[in-house]
Design a protein around this ligand. Structure first.
Ligand code: PLP
Length: 386
């Protein structure tokens, strides 16, 4: 245990002091290839020059003012997000968990004013954060045990299973789903399921909430993952990649879904501060560029092809490739934790997920040569386990 730090994390015995692009430099000066990117956070890599420039300029001007006042950087980012999506309105948070809290509050407030529904349908394997609402939504024993009584009103049904739609009725306030589950093991919902889910929500008047905290912001090759299915939510949670490494999150919503959230119903001291929103604005400008997204798709195909090769050459270690775009997973035969550790020995960082999967979530602008290097290091790691 590290003295003084609450021991809630299973930490690897590694500490990094510097980063550049896809690489992290450890205390002893050795270099690690980062295929986790802070769990889908550092979308432009470490110390991206554009973001260093933006944050330095903003830091010299203004870091924080209260939401008692207008914040032009916040208004600009909200404009960019609403112009690029289904949404009419945005609330800024500092994390994905806070975005989940607001999404739940927003849905319940809507129904408080429109007919008194409060039940929320969520999915097995989901991860929406660690707040009381988020753990109640996930329902997983690992997350809720010892933290009762739980926030009531949540049920969980099977992910990407048409039979689950039966749980959505005219008493359901909202459905919350990750279009592609991250922590749950890189499980991508089919377009057909998301379309049927939207239709069922329309039929029952239920609000549809997409959690794009991990799969959004260009990760799948579209700005938001739900775009692949051609459906839109009523409310969407975003975080991680939106700040490129600066703590920033957001809830996007239609005017209708958000109509209960009037002055005084929600707030945040830091949410939407000038520093975070300046960085978020620059990230948004870069990532929403169609040419950038096309490159994510090209890099993803290259990486995926290489990963398929690794599965073929190490059938005793890897079983299959999963995912969409640069939200990639390797379903393992060996325990995923052992594969991650074998990666550390080869100086490559991957992230374990549920369902015995390791995640590969590199910077979205990862150079092709770093993809080749990652494949070579994973090949070596697998050889040590075979
Ligand atoms: N939702 C999803 C899909 C996530 O992957 C996460 C974090 O991993 C969260 C919500 C919670 O976000 P945060 O850790 O920023 O609170």
């Amino acid at each position: 245990m590290i003295p003084s730090v609450l021991p809630t994390y299973n930490r690897a015995p590694l500490a990094f002091v510097e980063g550049k692009g896809s690489w992290l430099i450890a205390e002893d000066g050795s270099r690690y290839l980062d295929m986790g990117a802070g769990i889908a956070v550092n979308v432009l890599g470490h110390a991206a020059p554009e973001l260093v420039d933006t944050i330095s300029q903003q830091a010299a001007k203004l870091w924080h003012v209260s939401n008692l006042y207008r914040i032009p950087e916040q208004e600009a980012l909200a404009k960019a997000l609403t112009e690029a999506t289904f949404a009419d309105t945005v609330f800024f948070t500092n994390s994905g968990t806070e975005a989940m809290e607001l999404a739940v509050k927003m849905a319940r407030k809507y129904w408080y004013e429109h007919g008194d529904r409060s039940d929320i349908v969520a999915f097995h394997g989901a991860f929406h954060g660690r707040s009381s609402a988020a753990i109640a939504a996930s329902g997983s024993e690992k997350m809720v045990k010892g933290f009762g009584p739980l926030l009531p009103g949540f049920v969980q049904v099977d992910f990407d299973d048409m039979a689950s739609l039966e749980a959505i009725t005219e008493t359901t306030a909202a459905v919350v789903i990750e279009p592609a589950q991250g922590e749950g093991g890189i499980r991508v919902a089919s377009d057909a399921f998301l379309k049927a889910l939207r239709a069922k929500c329309d039929e029952t008047g239920t609000l549809l909430i997409f959690d794009e905290v991990q799969c959004g912001m260009g990760r799948t090759g579209k700005l938001f993952a739900h775009e692949w299915a051609g459906v839109t939510p009523d409310i969407m949670m975003v975080a991680k990649g939106i700040g490129g490494g600066f703590p920033l999150g957001a809830v996007l919503a239609t005017e209708n879904a958000a109509r209960g959230m009037v002055a005084g119903t929600h707030g945040s001291t830091y949410g939407g501060n000038p520093l975070g929103c300046a960085v978020g604005g620059r990230v948004m400008q870069i990532v929403s560029d169609p040419a950038f997204l096309a490159e994510v798709g090209r890099k993803a195909s290259l990486f995926r092809q290489g990963l398929e090769g690794l599965v073929a050459s190490h059938p005793g270690v890897f079983e299959a490739v999963r995912g969409q775009g640069l939200l990639l997973g390797l379903k393992c035969v060996k325990p995923a934790g052992d594969v991650v550790k074998a990666g550390y020995d080869q100086h490559i960082l991957t992230v374990a997920a549920a369902d015995n999967v390791i995640r590969l979530l590199p910077a979205l602008n990862i150079p092709d040569e770093d993809i080749a290097e990652a494949l070579a290091r994973l090949d070596c790691a697998a050889a040590t386990l075979a």
